[in-house]
Design a protein around this ligand. Sequence first.
Ligand code: PMP
Length: 362
Amino acid sequence: MTNRAFNFNAGPAALPLEVLQQAQQEFIDYAGAGMSIMEMSHRSGIFEEVNDGAQSLLRELFGIPSHYKVLFLQGGASTQFAMIPMNLLGAGQTAAFVNTGSWADKAIKEAKLFGETAVVASSEADKFNRIPDVSNLQIPTNSAYLHITSNETIEGTQYAAYPETGDVTLIGDMSSDILSRPVDVSKFGMIYAGAQKNLGPSGVTIVIAREDLISESPKSIATMLRYDTHVKNNSLYNTPPSFSIYLVGLMLKWVKERGGVAAMEQFNRDKTKLIYDTIDNSGGFYRGFADVNSRSLMNITFRLGSEELEKQFVKESEQQGFVGLKGHRSVGGLRASTYNAVPLESCKALADFMGDFQKRNG
Ligand code: PMP
């Protein structure tokens, strides 16, 4: 028997039990090598298979066109906030952004260190409770790219449709919703994501980018911060986070066995409906933070009538085996993160708990 919590952590987050069990089984002796993945050379044939296998499964599941590169990097999505302008923002160019909240804002602040930025849409005036209208963006003509955050992890908002950017390269931070729904990758010049929400454990950052964008970086950039270093070396320029990459591979296999990315989207819709319906049918006892049209399938943010009641909700939920329901310290309230690996049972249990809590406190 395993005693698993109802894990709604925002990241690092729940991993599928099946994935953990397989990792456990293979932990001490991987593929008869007489050692674990962590103990073997990243130049060994076995690890190369793990590395290439994870890459090709990601290509298959996410429908990544052949003229795109897949890189496994380190430093988290936060390092991409800097690497992108360092590599792609030329002299005299502008980095354009849609400001949707906490993470978009961090990406903007970092880009400012390297050149001109322009915010072409923002929902700041509404406390970032929605994705702003991106149907008719005025993107400066000298823009190197437009950067969006496809899911705002803290506010709990997600794009229903991505902007059309014409000739301007679209870059997406998909840290908190990669592989949770099908995406037309060809609309993007680059997509990046820290793995620790939908793809596996922390320690590896996935970059998917059109080859022409990243095959030649400006010569002044440090070796590790140049995309071309990692392109030329198949992400094996230096020692990679090998155990994290291995677990990403297991996670991808798990997604494939469950029907792929479209099946994940349906699964995530079913899970989140249980909780959003509970909020909507609570007569105002629970109040969703995000505008209905911008609601996220990954992070459900909501509030109660007072901070006291919210504290009590968190305390009682913890007593009943729920983890991670306290909202991010910057916005308060409550948040349930429902990434791919979160089971339907956890969401059912949460909806039941919410109903019960309302009965006792409503
Ligand atoms: N972007 C988004 C949307 C995120 O949710 C996060 C992490 N919570 C980051 C970027 C930063 O990722 P990392 O911690 O991997 O640097």
